[in-house]
Design a protein around this ligand. Structure first.
Ligand code: CO8
Length: 259
């Protein structure tokens, strides 16, 4: 593994774990942090032993947003000319392996946006989500108006983006932002158990399922249904598919070759 200044990157069996590690600043996301996240995803994606990646923070904060101290002196032209995609700002969203955000404490602004780049979000009962950028005189810049609206609908997304208020874990689950809530002290245990389960599936099939679900956010229904059907047909070219069905019929566990 590379050495990181702002992250802890580790592999537990088939699970890669990226932990944001700027505790004194509540994991504020600087350009340096985003750059390291890109390197970490590159590394874990290339590691054939890894089948699922968890992104997490500390107990108090997943991430309290972009680094306000770094951003404050910047001008329009500074931000306009810094290529956020090139530094890897959206690298979590482009990861080909399934990703899970394990969120404890604050996930605000860029922190909420980073969590939303993951495929699945699990929240500790202490989690708090919000897009408070408006209180700083700005707006979300890495998906907060887009992914949040697709996840929880227009009215609630407007409520959060226009008032800057936070929502707790229960409201986030009720709204569909979060897949499940767990006690704070069980967050990593639950996230790792989920990641191990996903990593044990056929890797190409997991990627096809992930890609098909993601198409629902990016295409009209007819296009999404076509992509789904093409990918469904493609699974029939895999040994893991015939093995999975044979195992069901023979009442045994499947042995996936593509892992
Ligand atoms: N940036 C920089 N430093 C921060 C941030 C942040 N986002 N959040 C907290 N900190 C620092 C505080 O300044 C403080 O530092 P110090 O001890 O040196 O004063 C330390 O972390 C602890 O924070 P608090 O004392 O404020 O802790 P509290 O428990 O009292 O409050 C809160 C916790 C409520 C989370 C509070 O810290 C807070 O409101 N933070 C800011 C939240 C926010 O507004 N986030 C949105 C930022 S803008 C954004 O994310 C835009 C994204 C667009 C993409 C950008 C691409 C680069």
């Amino acid at each position: 593994m590379s050495s990181y200044e702002h992250l802890i990157v580790e592999r537990k069996g088939a699970v890669g774990i990226i932990t944001l590690n700027r505790p004194k600043m509540l994991n504020a996301l600087s350009f340096g942090v985003f750059g390291e996240i890109k390197i970490a995803i590159d590394e874990l994606e290339a590691d054939i032993a890894v089948g699922c990646i968890i992104v997490t923070g500390s107990e108090k904060a997943f991430a309290a947003g972009a680094d306000i101290k770094e951003m404050q002196p910047k001008s329009f032209i500074d931000m306009f000319s810094s290529d956020f995609t090139a530094i890897g700002g959206d690298r979590v969203a482009t990861c080909t392996k399934p990703t899970i955000a394990a969120v404890s404490g604050y996930a605000l602004g860029g922190g909420c946006e980073l969590a939303m780049m993951c495929d699945i979000m699990i929240a500790a009962d202490t989690a708090k989500f919000g897009q408070p950028e408006i209180t700083l005189g700005t707006i979300p810049g890495i998906g907060g108006t887009q992914r949040l609206t697709r996840a929880i609908g227009k009215s609630k997304a407007m409520d959060l983006c226009l008032t800057g208020r936070m929502m707790d874990a229960a409201e986030a689950e009720r709204s569909g932002l979060v897949s499940r809530i767990v006690p704070a002290d069980k967050l990593m245990e639950e996230a790792i158990a989920m990641a191990e389960k996903i990593a044990a599936m056929s890797r190409p099939v997991a990627t096809m399922a992930k890609n098909a679900v993601n198409r629902a956010f990016e295409t009209p229904l007819t296009e999404g249904l076509k992509v789904e059907r093409d990918l469904f047909h493609a699974t029939f070219a895999l040994e893991d598919r015939s093995e999975g069905m044979a195992a069901f019929i023979e009442k045994r566990k499947p042995v996936n070759k593509n892992r």
